[in-house]
Design a protein around this ligand. Structure first.
Ligand code: TRP
Length: 357
């Protein structure tokens, strides 16, 4: 290569680096369909980031992590892989812009988990607020003593993020302690083995955590208070009609208290511009709860209609969903291999790297 070519080459590398989009890594456990809590808490933000064109998003279906508390139910995890992918596609995750892949098919993630487990203490994992809450919720599964795998899932999540050199992690606020733990692992790794890993940053949605239809602070499958992205108009209507309203309002023309009513709360979420009017009519006793609920059910149904339409398309074409996963997983494998090369070199584990692949 001649001098002129070298400088051209260097310029093109520099250009490439400057052009390289910021890497996003995020994902969900395939333990059930996704609901509007997931949507407002994280999915909406992911779609916005994807469409801004500034990011290179990798979205993983965390099947290994799902097994940490569903190890006795592999069918459930398997079945929900495609469901979650269809939920992603339905909200506007575009496989041309985002890479959707299966966690268990990236062996580097398992390898990194082992390497990182030296950099975390058991006490630190036991203090992780997310893990702590989940363990108390899962007493039935774990009894008095939690498994090694479940206690260690933050380590494997750190491997998910760093295996792909994730810089931004858009997730719900319940994930904050896990990202914090990942950052600690990255700092520890880099301080011992050299600056190899990227320290990620959490990206939270502006919106708060979505409450359940029953007024519970959290919407969740196990809590039975969720509206799923894939719910039919009938299911939506049935759920909304059973939502918790102002208990002090007995007769239709009693003045209502929208601040304690879940129906008013959802009006605000789905049609903020109408919220003031809804409250005014409710407080004046001129808006009956039944009519108010019927209106809300219609608003939610209309809001989710485009998602249902995309989902229906993919439900008819499971082979297209599989193709998206195959392509995405292949791409994620390539990226993880590159990162692993650097990690092994830094840890002095790069034996015979020219001879044995
Ligand atoms: N813990 C996440 C959840 O429960 C799923 C997850 C696994 C994840 N690996 C991740 C999220 C990496 C962001 C980045 O939904």
């Amino acid at each position: 290569m001649e001098g002129g070519d070298v400088s051209l080459f260097q310029i093109s590398i520099k250009k490439k680096m400057a052009e390289r989009k910021k890497r996003i890594v995020t994902g969900d456990r395939p333990t059930g369909r996704l609901h509007i809590g997931h949507y407002f808490g994280s999915l909406k933000k992911r779609v916005e980031m994807q469409n801004s064109g500034e990011y290179d998003p990798y979205i993983l279906i965390a099947d290994v992590q799902a097994l940490t508390d569903n190890f006795n139910n592999p069918d459930k995890v398997r079945k929900n892989v495609r469901e979650v992918v269809m939920d992603y596609l339905s909200v506007g995750i575009d496989p041309k812009k985002s890479t959707i892949y299966i966690q268990s098919m990236i062996p580097e993630v398992a390898e990194l988990t082992v390497f990182y487990s030296n950099l975390v203490t058991i006490a630190r994992l036991q203090r992780n607020p997310t893990v702590k809450t989940e363990i108390t919720q899962k007493k039935e599964l774990f009894g008095e003593s939690v498994t090694y795998g479940f206690l260690g899932y933050p380590v494997s999540q750190a491997a998910d993020i760093t295996a792909l050199a994730g810089e931004f992690v858009p997730v719900g606020e319940d994930q904050q302690p896990l990202i914090e733990q990942c950052k600690e692992i990255v700092r520890k790794f880099n301080s011992i083995y050299g600056e190899v890993l990227v320290e990620p940053e959490i990206v939270l949605s502006e919106g708060k955590r979505i409450k359940g239809l029953d007024g519970n602070e959290k919407m969740g499958k196990s809590l039975g208070n969720a509206i799923y992205l894939s719910d039919t108009p009938e299911e939506i209507s049935k759920k909304v009609m059973s939502a918790v309203t102002d208990p002090a309002r007995i007769k239709k023309d009693d003045p209502g208290h929208p601040d304690v009513c879940m129906v008013a709360y959802y009006h605000k979420l789905f049609q903020e511009d109408q919220y003031e009017q809804v409250c005014k009519e409710c407080k004046a006793g001129s808006r009956g709860c039944v009519a108010c609920k019927k209106e809300l059910a219609q608003v939610i149904t209309d809001y989710l209609a485009p998602m249902r339409k995309i989902r229906a398309y993919y439900e008819e074409r499971p082979e297209e969903v599989d193709k998206i996963l195959i392509e995405g997983t292949k791409k994620a494998q390539e990226t993880a291999k590159e990162v692993m090369k650097q990690v092994k070199k830094a840890m002095k584990l790069d034996y015979f790297s020219d001879e044995i692949k």
